[in-house]
Design a protein around this ligand. Structure first.
Ligand code: FAD
Length: 135
């Protein structure tokens, strides 16, 4: 099976709060577990940053669904790669809420004080996600 990793950034829609994100996570974990997709989702009220890992076909299929979702917009693909092994194999969808996005990590990976994944390179977005996933 060809394994891939896909990382994107998006802008959170106005109506989306922590409760809405909890619902997204519930749906995501059920679906991802069924289709052997793993990953990590970061949320800070303005932006999402998400990594999806799994078979190429399934990750692409899920990404098409996520693109249609009105709970976010301006979806920007930051990184797409074939991988040998998963980074987030313990999570059907791990979650990093805004309170856990430490300023120092953001500074180190983006050179900015505020979390804004649109200003990150694919490599720095992957680096930040990998570090958050290892905490
Ligand atoms: P249905 O549940 O039938 O919904 C139909 C449409 O309405 C879709 O466009 C759907 O996106 C939208 N929708 C569904 N619920 C709501 C709601 N409460 N409010 C507004 N619109 C809604 N899904 C996963 O399975 N795995 C993931 O890892 C994953 N990550 C996501 C990350 C983000 C940032 C977002 C915003 C969504 C994510 N989703 C994920 C949800 C995904 O976009 C789909 O909603 C989900 O897969 C169900 O798709 P469906 O085609 O069955 O839609």
């Amino acid at each position: 099976m060809l394994l891939v990793s896909l990382v994107y950034a998006s802008s959170v829609s106005a109506s989306v709060d922590e409760q809405a994100v909890a619902r997204i996570l519930e749906t995501s974990r059920a679906y991802n577990e069924q289709y052997d997709i793993t990953g990590l989702l970061c949320f800070n009220h303005r932006y999402f940053l998400q990594c999806l890992e799994g078979s190429r076909t399934r990750v692409n299929h899920l990404y098409q669904r996520i693109l249609q979702d009105p709970r976010h917009s301006d979806i920007l693909l930051l990184d797409y790669a074939e991988i040998e092994q998963r980074r987030f194999d313990q999570w059907a969808m791990g979650y990093v809420p805004s309170g856990q996005l430490a300023r120092q990590q953001i500074l180190r990976f983006s050179g900015k004080a505020e979390f804004n994944p649109y200003e990150m390179t694919g490599a720095s977005a992957c680096g930040l996600l990998a570090e958050l996933g290892s905490l």
